[in-house]
Design a protein around this ligand. Sequence first.
Ligand code: ADP
Ligand code: MG
Length: 263
Amino acid sequence: MALLEVTDLRREYVLGDVTVHALRGVTLSIEQGSFVSIVGSSGSGKSTLMNILGLLDRPSSGRYVLNGEDVSTIDPDRRARLRNQKIGFVFQNFNLLPRTSAVEQVELPMLYDPRSPAAAARHERALKLLQAVGLGERAHHTPSQLSGGQQQRVAIARSLVNEPELLLADEPTGNLDSRTSVDVMELLQTLNREQGITIILITHEPDIAAYSQRVVTVKDGRVLSDTPVTDQRDAKAEAARLRAEPEDDEPAPPAPAKEAVAP
Ligand code: ADP
Ligand code: MG
């Protein structure tokens, strides 16, 4: 079943007397439980598309059906409610609040959800999610006390707290080194495989798109190609291999003592 369907989606930005055509008619259907990446060079319209799919923005024209409901024209309140309850977001720059502990960051989206449990239960749920992303020990650390990879894990835990059906990740590994990127992709693949969360991953890196099942390439606001990934990368296996290898920055074994050179 399609979780979402967009038809002839267009988005123009009007800047004075210049109109930027960011999306020029995108038609796309994304199945429930799938892991799709959207790739394309900078300026091709990826973030504009994600903002519309994530109900953060509205198209200038075209239709968007989410879970069978036409959301193209719903009012802002309903849009905000659907967004909060159905969609989780992960961004390149993590979007965490400074001077706020990991556990408080994760609790935050629950405050805006009318279905939200009482404070003690919110706290417990946030701690559980942090444990699930491997940060149980760091729950009371603030972003400045965490590495980039750890900050992105906090952001992923936060994106999951209202049990979304859809996770939208815009360049989630864009600020991470390649080793940490594998860890983050392992987490996303696990969420998709084990919890059936639909994931839309935006990236300009083909290497990262290879962890998904399907690659949609956009160019100049249009879908250029839409192809299944035949040889999907497995982040779990890669991460296990990397963990078995020594760290790059591990000190090299001591050099043999230099022999005194005769003058
Ligand atoms: P990508 O994420 O693929 O880099 P974007 O969706 O951010 O691409 O941008 C697509 C096009 O729309 C670009 O030409 C960009 O300059 C323009 N654009 C994006 N957001 C805005 C905005 N808020 N106002 C004006 N132009 C915008
Ligand atoms: Mg972008």
